[in-house]
Design a protein around this ligand. Structure first.
Ligand code: PRP
Length: 212
């Protein structure tokens, strides 16, 4: 049995990913009490796996370069930074959406100036406005994007909405939904050949669990 290396996204998707691996019989105990350790070896008669937890965009980097065979990452990250790997499964967890949001008085087609749009996802926003044929100025923000229209940095935001409570608590409303997002499984292209048996086994088992 060949060892598989799996890059998981730290944070919101972490628990969902662990639940999925737990449900296919991987012993993830060490990962649930992780401290400052970075690599977790999980082995039993069915699996030989190393897991590591990294930030979402780094999951794609580790998988693209083959340092990880499998990655679990949000579609939001894949849309922003599509790279060379196979996207094999929609895990149907970590569900949220991309939306255009603003203060209630915002009107997209009012005034002559280009609208300023703050976002953590400039490529997603660029593509959205390109399709609409609207010329905007994109401002890249690293977090707490909802602040931008409140303090006058931007007219509107393109951001992730999960429960909607961040928008609500800050007096913002959804202008338009852009697309739905969920966690995906991605696979390194070479690993798909060199570790075909082990990887197919994981894909098939996870696929059964998520479609139950
Ligand atoms: C995300 C997103 C919104 C929030 C939406 O931010 O950018 O701010 O979650 O969730 P809600 O609809 O359930 O309120 P995240 O907390 O991941 O980090 P950030 O604020 O640093 O961007």
């Amino acid at each position: 049995m060949k060892k598989i290396r799996i890059a998981l996204t730290k944070g919101r998707l972490e628990e969902h990913a662990l639940d999925i691996f737990k449900s296919i019989g991987v012993n993830v105990k060490e990962l649930e009490n992780k401290g400052r350790k970075l690599v977790f070896h999980c082995e039993n008669e069915d699996y030989d796996m190393d897991f590591f937890l990294v930030k979402a965009p780094d999951v794609t980097t580790y998988v693209e370069y083959g340092a990880a065979d499998i990655g679990i990452v949000g579609k939001d990250t894949l849309m922003e930074k599509n790279r060379e790997f196979y996207e094999v499964l929609d895990l149907k967890v970590g569900k949220c959406k991309f939306s255009l949001a603003a203060l209630p008085e915002f009107k997209m087609n009012e005034g002559y100036n280009r609208k300023k749009i703050a976002t953590k996802y400039p490529e997603v926003a660029r593509e959205y406005f390109r399709k609409k044929g609207v010329d905007v100025e994109l401002i890249k923000i690293e977090g707490s994007v909802e602040l931008a229209p409140i303090v006058g940095l931007a007219d509107a935001i393109v951001d992730i909405v999960e429960t909607g409570s961040t928008l609500k608590e800050n007096g913002l409303i959804i202008v338009e939904d852009i697309c739905n997002i969920s966690a995906r499984m991605i696979i390194n292209k070479a690993s798909m050949k060199t570790k075909r048996e082990e990887i197919t086994n994981v894909i098939e088992k996870v696929s059964k669990v998520i479609n139950k």
